[in-house]
Ligand binder design. Structure first.
Ligand code: PXL
Length: 269
C-alpha cells in the first residue's frame, strides 16, 4: 500500500498542543506518515511561553536535506520561523528539491501573546517563503499585518484573500476564528473564492488550532485531495477535535487531536 508522507518545519511546543507536536499528532490522525524539521524549541505550557531556543539556520537546512534525500514528503507544512536567514535557507532548499504542496501558517505570535516574528523575519517570509507556497493560512490579525490595512467586513476579507493570493501567486485561507460571531474561513484558490462556514464553539481549549488546521490541510493534500477538499476535510477534523472537549484542567489547553482514533476504538483502552 502506498503510504503518504508529510513534513512539518516548525517549533517544538513542550506543552504538546501546538507546533511540531500538534502537527505530528494531526498527521497521524489523518492517515499520513509525519516527519519533522525543528526550527526552535520553546519552553511553554498552557499559560504562556517561558523561553525560546532557536535552532541554527544551518542545522535547519541539514534536517531538510536529511529528509528530502531519503523520504520525499508529499506535502510540507511550515510554522514558526524565527529568523530571516532561516526563512531564506528553508525557501532555497524547498525550491532546490521542488517540494510539493507547501502550506505556510505565518505564525507571528503565540495565542498567549509572545511575538515569534519581527519585521525582518516578515520581510524574508514575503520575499522568500511565500513564493514557494501552494497555500498560506493567515488569521485576520495576520492578514491585517500583511496588508497593512484593517479588515472589518466579509467583503474586506474577500479582498484581502485575493490581494494576498495574487501578490504571492498562491492560494490563501483567511481564518475567521479570531473574529467575532461565526468561525467562517475563506479560501482564495487562485481562481475563485469559497467560504467554509463554521460555528464558534464554547470551548476555551483551542491552543494550537492554527497549527492543527494547516497540518491537517497538508495531510489531505499529501493524500491527493484538491485544495478545496483538503480545506473542507481539515476544517471538519479541527471542528471535531475542538468539539471533543478535551479538558486537561490547565490554562488555555489544546484540543483533542486523537478523537477520531479513540472513536474508532483503535487504542487507549
Ligand atoms: O500556534 C502558534 C504556535 C506555533 N508554533 C509553536 C507554538 C505556537 C503557539 O503557542 O508554540 C511552537
Amino acid at each position: 500500500m502506498k503510504r503518504h508522507t508529510a513534513l512539518t518545519i516548525a517549533g517544538s511546543d513542550s506543552s504538546g498542543g501546538a507546533g511540531i507536536q500538534a502537527d505530528l499528532k494531526t498527521m497521524l490522525a489523518n492517515g499520513v506518515y509525519g516527519m519533522s524539521v525543528i526550527t526552535a524549541v520553546t519552553a511553554q505550557n498552557t499559560r504562556g511561553v517561558a523561553g525560546i531556543l532557536e535552532v541554527p539556520a544551518a542545522f535547519v537546512e541539514k534536517q531538510i536535506d536529511a529528509v528530502f534525500t531519503d523520504i520525499f514528503p508529499d506535502a510540507v507544512k511550515i510554522g514558526m520561523v524565527t529568523s530571516a536567514e532561516m526563512a531564506e535557507r528553508i525557501a532555497e532548499r524547498l525550491s532546490f528539491y521542488h517540494a510539493k504542496n507547501v502550506v505556510i501558517d505565518p505564525v507571528m505570535a503565540s495565542s498567549s501573546g509572545t511575538d515569534f516574528a519581527n519585521q525582518e523575519v516578515l520581510r524574508a517570509w514575503r520575499k522568500e517563503l511565500f513564493p514557494v507556497a501552494a497555500l498560506i493560512t493567515p488569521n485576520i490579525p495576520e492578514c491585517e499585518i500583511l496588508l497593512e490595512d484593517k479588515i472589518e467586513t466579509p467583503k474586506d476579507r474577500e479582498q484581502a484573500a485575493e490581494t494576498i493570493g495574487r501578490q504571492y501567486g498562491c492560494a490563501v485561507l483567511v481564518k475567521g476564528g479570531h473574529g467575532t460571531g461565526g468561525a467562517d474561513d475563506l479560501l482564495w484558490t487562485g481562481e475563485k473564492l469559497a467560504w467554509f462556514p463554521g460555528k464558534r464553539m464554547e470551548n476555551s481549549n483551542t491552543h494550537g488550532t492554527g497549527c492543527t488546521l494547516s497540518s491537517a490541510i497538508a495531510s489531505f493534500l499529501a493524500r491527493g485531495c484538491s485544495m478545496e477538499e483538503a480545506v473542507e476535510r481539515a476544517k471538519a477534523y479541527v471542528s471535531g477535535a475542538i468539539g471533543a472537549m478535551l479538558d486537561l484542567g490547565a490554562g488555555r489547553g489544546p484540543m483533542d487531536h486523537g478523537y477520531l482514533i479513540r472513536e474508532e476504538g483503535v487504542c487507549y483502552e
